[in-house]
Ligand binder design. Structure first.
Ligand code: MN
Length: 718
């Protein structure tokens, strides 16, 4: 069936030009099933419609680009999902199509691939330092959960490089540089030779157009004679093989321009030294034929001693298999010969991608991650035959990293362990920054300090003079550096500062009771110290300063007020971890309760006011990020908290009493009831309740919601 013709006939008139579809379909037909072709056809229609009216800088219809990307992958025989994703890769970013549309029509796996490619497009490479480029490559790989994402991305970049001519010069240079710094090394790392070579040559061409041209023409000159030699030797090989009845393809290998340029630049070699090596690749039917071929070429030209390598019997660690030998050619010219089967040739060219090469009999349906892991496990087995290469280790680290990579505001990349928080980041930048950090911004938005960072976020730390590390940070930091620094700070605090702090806090609490340290006097203090089993008042102050003893309670004890009538307001110190010694109150706008995500706002008079993260009033305070501190609830709090809920009830007699009774049944006290609105058949009531936690509140709300005359229950948040 002529799919290309079918596809083209389905499209509206304006789109009826080929756009490379015919070639793509022909390539796909050589290895995919009819069903798979039908799906790809549908993707093409979807993409062509979505991109209709858009053009490339070259003036061509936009759809030519995704089709070319798909073509590149089709030539590597990638599976149908990867091809589908390639055709759709720009639709989410550049058209009104949504991921949901794609998921619905082409399945969630294709949608995930498209999403992955779009996400990679959003991160920007900002500086060119060598180390930075390395980190950036790793960051890109770390972001990828399915290796096919990077294959689509590489093919995308390759086509963009092929059509780069239409771009303004400065853009060309930037993109070329990025290609050489980031994309070509990734292709190399993943063993995708065919892409690496093209990316490097195109990058070289656009970054150093003059050097490229000089080298190109020099090479052309030397090639005239070179080509003749190559042809002559190829013919010799070919007829010798035919005589022995071996069917094989002989390819005269060309070194690519960039590798020649690099060799000349790095090793300070002359062009003639670099290019006067002749390379041949012989692709044979099977392994037996490979060894027979080896014998035949060795009988034509003498092999150079020590240069023969059998990577078929002992594959390289990246799975590469081939026979390598170097021969003394005519006039003593060295001839490098590689001999391998078609399958081995494909692996050599496609690397990691070969894992997704479509096989009709492939029954494995594991997740992409699992399949990649399996692939790596295979490599590991091969490794036992004992060649030493870094490839496996580096690929493993890149594909399954235990690191994330985030940006500083200046665009530097900072590697951190997975699960690291903004505080870890602050300490990673500098111990001083960590010690004085009070707030953090991620992608320019304020977040709690305990926030876990994700790949490629930009993180900014806000510091304040005189700010101190909070012992509570120890509950969430991940890096040893942060932990050590915080502990160190706590240790130092133990001495003098905590005594001073304790003394001040205690005196303040005493003043709240109409007393003071002076008024308590030496006699009562000595008595109290004896009761507490402490040697002197310094020890008491230190305990208060370290939060081991609560100032309000200690003050009461000192002035002789019973400890039984402790009110919740003062015990509040207990419930926000790490704020020992500070006055805590709860915002009356959002009524935070244990379990809520909260932030603390430092006020002049009222100490720390706790707000819920989604409190509407927060935006007013965002202008003063330095006043925000990260707070978290202590575990196992057994106190009552004020909390507001709102109900819509039907206007039936006794409804209010029923709701009140239900709330009381759930073990909560109602502090206040307000009628917010009364409509024809419905009333809106607001209750101020005492609850223990979110779980408790949820239970109350569930019970109220289940009542016959209740229409709606919500938790209010101003
Ligand atoms: Mn694209």
């Amino acid at each position: 069936m002529d799919y290309a013709a079918t596809i083209l006939s389905k499209l509206p008139g304006a789109n009826r030009r080929d756009h490379g579809v015919r070639r793509l379909v022909e390539t796909l037909q050589s290895y995919l099933s009819e069903e798979q072709l039908a799906e790809i056809t549908a993707a093409y229609e979807f993409g062509a419609n979505a991109h209709s009216g858009q053009t490339r800088k070259t003036g061509e219809a936009y759809i030519t680009h995704p089709v070319a990307v798909a073509q590149e992958l089709a030539e590597m025989h990638l599976d149908a999902q990867a091809i589908t994703a390639a055709i759709l890769h720009d639709t989410v970013e550049d058209t009104s199509a949504s991921l949901d549309d794609i998921a619905e029509q082409f399945g969630s796996e294709v949608a995930l691939l498209v999403d992955g490619v779009s996400k990679l497009d959003q991160i920007q490479f900002r500086s060119h330092a060598e180390a930075q480029a390395e980190s950036f490559r790793k960051m890109m790989l770390a972001m990828i959960e399915d290796i096919r994402v990077i294959l689509v991305k590489l093919a995308d970049r390759l086509h963009n490089m092929q059509t780069l001519g239409a771009m303004p010069a400065h853009k060309k240079k930037r993109i070329a540089r990025e290609t050489l710094d980031i994309y070509a090394p990734i292709a190399n790392r993943l063993g995708i030779n065919r892409m690496k070579v093209q990316l490097e040559d195109l990058g070289f061409k656009h970054l150093y157009p003059f050097r490229y041209r000089v080298l190109e023409s020099a090479l052309k000159k030397s090639k005239g004679s070179q080509r003749q030699i190559v042809r002559k030797i190829s013919e010799e090989f070919s007829s010798a093989l035919k005589d022995e009845g071996i069917a094989a393809e002989i390819i005269g290998r060309q070194k690519h321009l960039y590798s020649i340029y690099k060799k000349m630049a790095e090793k300070k070699r002359l062009l003639s030294d670099v290019v006067d090596v002749y390379g041949f690749r012989i692709v044979a039917e099977d392994v037996n034929a490979c060894y027979q071929t080896l014998g035949i070429v060795h009988s034509l030209y003498k092999p150079m001693p020590g240069r023969f390598k059998d990577y078929i019997a002992i594959p390289r660690i990246n799975g590469y298999q081939s026979l390598h030998t170097t021969l003394f050619g005519p006039k003593g010219l060295p001839l490098e010969v590689q001999i391998r089967t078609r399958e081995m040739d494909r692996l050599a060219e496609s690397g990691v991608a070969s894992h997704w090469i479509y096989k009709a009999d492939d029954k494995s349906d594991g997740s992409p991650q699992r399949r990649t892991r399996e692939w790596l496990a295979n490599l590991e087995e091969m490794q036992q035959s004992g060649t030493s290469e870094e490839f496996l280790e580096s690929v493993k680290v890149d594909l399954f990293p235990d690191k994330i990579y985030v940006f500083t505001p200046k665009g530097d990349i900072m590697p951190l362990p997975k699960g690291a928080t903004t505080v870890d980041f602050a300490y990673a930048v500098h111990t001083d920054i960590g010690d004085r950090c009070v707030a953090a911004k991620v992608n320019r938005g304020l977040v709690p300090l305990r926030t876990e960072l994700q790949n490629s976020q930009t993180v900014e730390i806000i510091t304040a003079k005189g700010a101190k590390p909070n012992p509570n940070w120890l509950t969430f930091v991940r890096t040893a550096k942060a932990r050590t620094a915080i502990r160190q700070h706590m240790k130092n605090l133990r001495s003098s500062e905590s005594v001073d702090l304790g003394k001040r806090l205690l005196d303040r609490s005493l003043k709240g009771l109409g007393s003071s340290l002076r008024k308590v006097g030496k006699v009562r203090m000595a008595e109290a110290l004896k009761e507490l089993g402490l040697g002197d008042d310094t020890a008491l102050f230190e305990q208060v300063g370290l939060g081991e003893r609560l100032p309000p309670l200690t003050a009461r004890f000192l002035v002789g007020v019973g400890e039984d009538d402790t009110d919740t307001e003062n015990s509040a110190n207990l419930v926000i971890a790490g704020t020992e010694g500070m006055v805590i109150s709860y915002a009356k706008c959002c009524f935070p309760i244990p379990g809520d995500d909260v932030m603390g706002y430092l006020t002049a008079g009222r100490g720390i006011v706790i707000h819920r993260n989604q409190c509407g009033n927060l935006s007013n305070f965002r202008k003063q990020p330095e006043k925000w501190i990260s707070v978290t609830w202590e575990k196992d709090i057994d106190l009552d908290f004020a909390c507001q809920i709102q109900t819509d009830t039907r206007n039936k007699p006794g409804v209010l009493a029923e709701v009140a009774a239900t709330i009381a049944d759930c073990g909560s006290n109602i502090e206040q009831v307000e009628v917010l609105g009364r409509h024809e058949d419905c009333s809106v009531l607001s209750f101020l309740l005492q609850v223990k936690s979110r779980v408790h509140l949820a239970r109350i709300m569930r019970s109220v919601r289940n009542m016959k005359n209740v229409i709606r229950v919500t938790r209010e948040c101003a």
